[in-house]
Write a protein that binds this ligand. Structure first.
Ligand SMILES: Nc1nc2c(ncn2[C@@H]2O[C@H](COP(=O)(O)OP(=O)(O)OP(=O)(O)O)[C@@H](O)[C@H]2O)c(=O)[nH]1
Length: 922
């Protein structure tokens, strides 16, 4: 291993020979098994252990549960046609609860190996990772994995298998086609009439997977083999007397080999002949497998000779078939070679990807001109930290003995953080100083306070669990940095010059909707908990930590598996204390609906006349249309900037294109109360941005789109009143969602003294009160988060899955058979609040045959009125006079109120004594 490390340290100076690749797939499709074989090629593990070892899954819980939970990098060496290469390989988790780790992996890579299990085909996460790879402009290679299952489990013939593989490839390409089409429409922002012609003119020739062009590898990671078509064309060209490139082009088409004329003829399907793919490739693989399965050692021996392999099977022992399979196939079609060859050919080097990567990483309005590429200039360093990697200080010192002389600030058992970083430009040297570029830094304004000098103490080559010290890291490399723990939370940009803007953070695909309150079992351990939570927040991009007004520490995570990991990290590594963890809490939101009974605006509006007519406020509330809410949710970061600029912050640029799109969105919706962008006064709640305050009164507010200078004397008080109203609604103090409050009148008595500070307080309270009453004048509803749920299961357990989903108020959206696999794919939505322990219950009920994948889908209004009570005689008879049991919305609302210590209108058992007496007397 030390030789390889030495070579990598030398080779890194040649950026054109570096490739940065991540492995992406739906959960369990075989990423980690594939990574093992690639690692074995460097002698880091033996190829006998490749697969079961799961080298990159080095957390105990990853090994126990056999799922990857974090992205990790290993730098590998590969030689091809006399050239030497470094391949920085990043394995990523497939489980949706760890999607932020996958986002970190795609941010650092230039290419992606997309692994698809050919039996399961395209699954929910496959679509997501294809979208992520497309968004980041990664060069993808498709690995169609687990072909051995078609032989051993599905007993498919070679022609059936070919048909099946074609279908899976078409599925993958159909997803890519859809992603491409939506991208074209989005970029062009066009009317429906122009969409078709735009699609016709857009060049999509390079985006699809096509075995003939070499971006598809077929194989079985478990048995250690893989091939792309060119491996077979060069193997068989001479024997068949056909030119290799002709054979290659004919291999995945409607061609058959005409042995008589020694040529490839078209029309295999119409003539009922097996295609060349079946004749030359699948037939050979199938025969070898069958010989091994049937212990036919003589035939295996003959085959090995025919294929010019060195391996000879044992004479008659009942040898382990798996070992024979591995020995034969890893020699004949070595998996690592087929994958590495494709990476070298299809993935672009970091130097060539530089501009395209940077244009993705830096938001358009911040793109500065002076960030040219440099391979070896230490004054032109640009680097991006995608995450902080935890390791115990003892382990780090074992990797880097020099640390013992540098620091003793940390205890050996303490967790410390290494920055997981890609050098985009220049050379980063140890013991150097660079700028940490903060989020609001703008190279045009050169706002120095947003740059912080930081010392790079040590630079490491990241070899999964080992950190190998290297004195410098060259452009294109993915490395670890020691010295930044005190400065970096989640992600960061480093630059040696002042001309680089901050990179955008990771794309977090789902908000953390699951919350728990945590406290130390022993209250004296509170400082340790706070320190542990800080570390967790630095390391995990998806975690949010909040401190409630009550002093309670709340941890927000994506799902139950994520929660388990975070609690484990806290108790065993970050805080090292016992914790009390509350039951999961789900955040709700509050909204209003359009009333079915027609009522005039006057009925709905609220007038508040404060302090003897000195301040008059008239407000009406109206639900915002779905499209507007959706737009606001997907652009909340930009809208926050828009709102803060309106409220007086300067120095931040507002994206004009976004404002135009917002204006169009408003025009295209049937907002009952029409308004312009210039009427928007504030957007709230602060972190969510789904409610608007609109000014239709005669009072003129500060407005960034207007050229007039306005003093906006009462703006701040009005905005504060609105913000505190939308922050906590009247149902159960949850944030409001999708509502537009329109200020119809705002009049302040001219005679009041403008220096009277109490007037601000009166305005804040009155606006807040008016918003709350206006909300209550409309039909009120709760809005809950929904998970989208996908399950792959066989027909026998389908009924049990349906029953479990129905029991939890879920809705099945799709239930399709996966052709050729005998499996079913279920897609459903289920309220997050009903989802707890679903994975466990399904596992027990289906004996482990169905595993759900849950990922955040959307916020959905709960149709039921939380205040509904039975009124008709039938309803009273059916539900009782409170109907608590049937009214889910009310029970959710009550449980939140109870948790928050608010009054709950609950009917307890009344007259208990009397009832008992009655029954006794019977
Ligand atoms: N039959 C068969 N099984 C395979 C193959 N490749 C992987 N497996 C098995 O599939 C299961 C999942 O493999 P992993 O490599 O852990 O999958 P993964 O994509 O890394 O999983 P996550 O990281 O948890 O998303 C393991 O039991 C592997 O042994 C293959 O080619 N054939």
């Amino acid at each position: 291993m030390s030789q390889i490390i030495q070579k990598i340290k030398e080779l890194q100076k040649k950026t054109s020979n570096i490739r940065n690749v991540c492995i992406l797939a739906h959960v369990d499709h075989g990423k980690t098994t594939l990574a093992d074989y690639l690692i074995a090629s460097n002698g880091i593990i033996s190829s006998r252990n490749a697969g079961p070892m799961r080298y990159l899954d080095n957390r105990p819980d990853e090994q126990e549960r056999k799922i990857t939970m974090k992205a990790s990098n290993i730098s590998l060496y590969f030689e091809s046609s006399g050239e030497e290469y470094i391949i920085n390989l990043i394995d990523s988790p497939g489980h949706v609860d760890f999607s932020s780790e996958t986002s970190a992996a795609v941010k650092l890579a230039d290419g992606a190996i997309i692994v698809v299990d050919v039996v399961e085909g395209v699954c929910a996460q496959t679509r997501t990772i294809l979208q992520q790879a497309y968004n980041e402009k990664l060069k993808p290679i498709l690995f169609l994995n687990k072909i051995d299952r078609l032989i051993q489990e599905r007993n498919m013939s070679t022609t059936e298998a070919e048909e099946h593989l074609r279908r899976v490839l078409e599925q993958v390409n159909a997803v890519i086609g859809n992603i491409f089409a939506s991208d074209v429409f989005l970029q062009e922002d066009m009317s429906k009439d122009n969409q078709e012609s735009a699609l016709e003119t857009a060049d999509d020739s390079m985006i699809y997977f096509n075995p003939t062009s070499g971006n598809v590898v077929f194989g079985s990671a478990q048995d250690g083999w893989g091939f792309s078509l060119n491996a077979f064309s060069s193997m068989f060209a001479e024997k068949l007397n056909v030119q290799a490139d002709v054979l290659n082009d004919a291999m995945w088409g409607d061609f058959y080999y005409n042995a008589k004329h020694k040529r490839c003829d078209s029309g295999a399907y119409s003539k009922g002949k097996p295609t060349i793919f079946v004749q030359i490739i699948l037939e050979n693989i199938w025969k070898l497998y069958n010989n091994i399965i049937q212990d036919d050692f003589d035939k295996i021996g003959i085959y090995c000779e025919k294929l010019k392999l060195k391996y000879r099977p044992p004479k008659k022992t009942v040898a382990n078939r798996k070992t024979i399979l591995k020995n034969v196939f890893t020699e004949w079609l070595p998996l690592e070679k087929s994958i590495f060859d494709r990476i070298i050919k299809h993935v672009t080097s970091p130097a060539d990807m530089y501009q395209s990567k940077l244009s993705k990483l830096i938001t358009k309005d911040k793109f500065a001109a002076n960030v040219e590429f440099s391979e070896d200039d230490s004054s032109k360093v640009i680097a991006f930290i995608a995450k902080m990697v935890p390791i115990s200080y003892r382990e780090l010192m074992a990797c880097d003995r020099a640390l013992r002389d540098i620091e003793d600030e940390y205890e050996p058992d303490e967790q410390v953080l290494i920055a997981f970083c890609r050098i985009y430009c220049g050379v980063l040297r140890e013991n150097s100083t660079v700028h940490l570029v903060k989020r609001d830094y703008n190279p045009k304004l050169k706002n120095k306070e947003e740059l912080e000098p930081v010392d790079i103490k040590r630079v490491y080559l990241m070899m999964a669990r080992n950190f190998e010290p290297m004195h410098e890291a060259h452009s294109g490399m993915i490395v670890g940095i020691w010295g930044l723990q005190k400065f970096v939370t989640k992600t960061a940009t480093l630059s040696s010059s002042k001309s680089c803007p901050p990179f955008s953070g990771l794309d977090i695909l789902a908000p953390p909707v699951l919350r728990v309150a945590v406290e130390p079992t022993n209250i004296d351990d509170m400082p340790k908990l706070i320190k542990g939570l800080k570390l967790l927040n630095q390391v995990d991009s998806c975690v949010q930590i909040m401190i409630q007004e009550t002093g309670e520490h709340v941890l927000c995570v994506l799902g139950e598996v994520h929660l388990e990991k975070c609690i484990r990290d806290l108790t065993e590594d970050y805080a090292k204390i016992q914790l009390n963890v509350s039951k999961p809490i789900v955040q709700f939101r509050e909204t209003i609906m359009e009333s079915l009974q027609k009522s005039s605006d006057d009925d709905k509006s609220v007038t508040i006349n404060a302090r003897n007519n000195t301040c008059l406020i008239k407000i009406i509330a109206s639900p915002l249309p779905q499209n507007v809410v959706k737009f606001m949710e997907s652009n909340k970061e930009q809208l926050k900037i828009f709102a803060s600029t309106m409220e007086g912050s300067s120095g931040i640029e507002v994206n004009k294109e976004l404002l135009n799109a917002f204006s169009n969105e408003l025009k295209n919706s049937d907002v009952t109360q029409q308004f312009e962008l210039t009427d928007i006064w504030s957007i709230g709640p602060k972190k969510l941005s789904t409610c608007l305050l609109i000014n239709k009164s005669k009072y003129i507010h500060h407005n960034l789109l207007s050229s007039e200078t306005i003093d906006g004397l009462y703006d701040r008080a009005i905005i504060n009143g609105f913000q505190s109203a939308v922050q906590a609604g009247p149902l159960c103090l949850e944030p409001m969602h999708g509502i537009c409050f329109i200020m119809q009148e705002f009049i302040i008595d001219e005679s009041i003294d403008k220096r009277d500070s109490s007037i601000s307080g009166i305005i804040i309270t009155s606006v807040k009160e008016a918003c709350r009453i206006a909300f209550q004048k409309q039909p009120q509803r709760l809005v809950g988060p929904m998970y989208s749920l996908s399950i792959i299961a066989n027909a026998d357990v389908l009924g049990k899955c349906y029953a479990e989903i129905a029991k939890r108020n879920g809705r099945i959206l799709v239930s399709d058979m996966i052709e050729g696999s005998g499996m079913w794919m279920l897609e459903a939505v289920i309220p997050v609040i009903e989802s707890f322990d679903l994975a466990n219950e399904l596992r027990v009920k289906t004996s482990g045959l169905a595993m759900p994948q849950l990922s955040f889908s959307n916020w959905e209004t709960i149709e039921q009125d939380p205040f509904w009570i039975p009124t008709t005689e039938e309803e009273l008879e059916q539900f009782g006079d409170k109907a608590d049991f049937e009214n889910k919305a009310k029970s959710y609302m009550d449980s939140i109120r109870e948790r928050k210590g608010l009054y709950v209108d609950k009917k307890l058992v009344e007259f208990g004594e009397k009832q008992r007496t009655l029954s006794k007397n019977k």
